[in-house]
Design a protein around this ligand. Sequence first.
Ligand code: HPA
Length: 273
Amino acid sequence: MNNLMTHLREAATYIQSQLTISAKVGIVLGSGLGNLANLVEIEKEIPYAEIPYFPVSTVKGHGGKLIIGKLKGKSVLVMAGRFHFYEGYTPQQVVFPIRVMKLLGVETLLLSNAAGAVNPDYKVGDLMILKDHISFFTSNPLIGSNEEDLGTRFPDMSEPYCKKLIAEAIKIAKINNIELHEGVYTAVTGPTFETHAEYQLIKFIGSDVVGMSTVQETIAAVHAGMKVFAVSVVTDLGIRHEDNIITHEEVLEAAKAAEPKLSLLFIELIQQL
Ligand code: HPA
């Protein structure tokens, strides 16, 4: 067994030793979107720093712990705080926790993120379901020798985001009067926000929002045979006007304001799983 599988199994074994329940649903909460973790009836919280081989989160707005518990009676494993490529982690480190979730029995992964809109019809605070993504502006986490125990060398990406889950989410949003877009997320490395020319390019290539997370996690999850559902919260408008300055504080504030809609959507979707 190579190092990666050994490390993943050690991390999973450690987590399992702390738990009395298991979860089929994993959740990763994005910047400013951590409040869902407060709604979990907690069975156990494990700081990332305690878990063998887990990277440690450094960015403001990220809690850095794994939470297991129940949301409206359904068991969930929640990553409150994720690892970003721009923090200096390798893409393999970024997706390490996703693979650990797989080993722990997670079958469905729900991801959230804050993103900048390049679709002129989008407003700050809107939610967008990812129907697809463009990964070419960041590094693919599957580069390197393939771990056959996880998945195949050349994974299909024709449906990175589960169509059935998207359809369910649209129904839930309608019932609860939540406006939802469906669109394409382009992943960039960050940590700089984009230049005007870059926002224009991202729009031109067919995307609706841009962000610095999610896609590497989706790729690793799909590689390992998990179903993925992901939502962006629009926190800023990349193509608004030339003197549009974007700050991390503005992103966190907008994410926080829109967060209750996202929590409702996730909680209701989990009931269907
Ligand atoms: N660009 C990239 N990442 C982001 C943005 C953005 O405008 N907003 C929030 N995350």
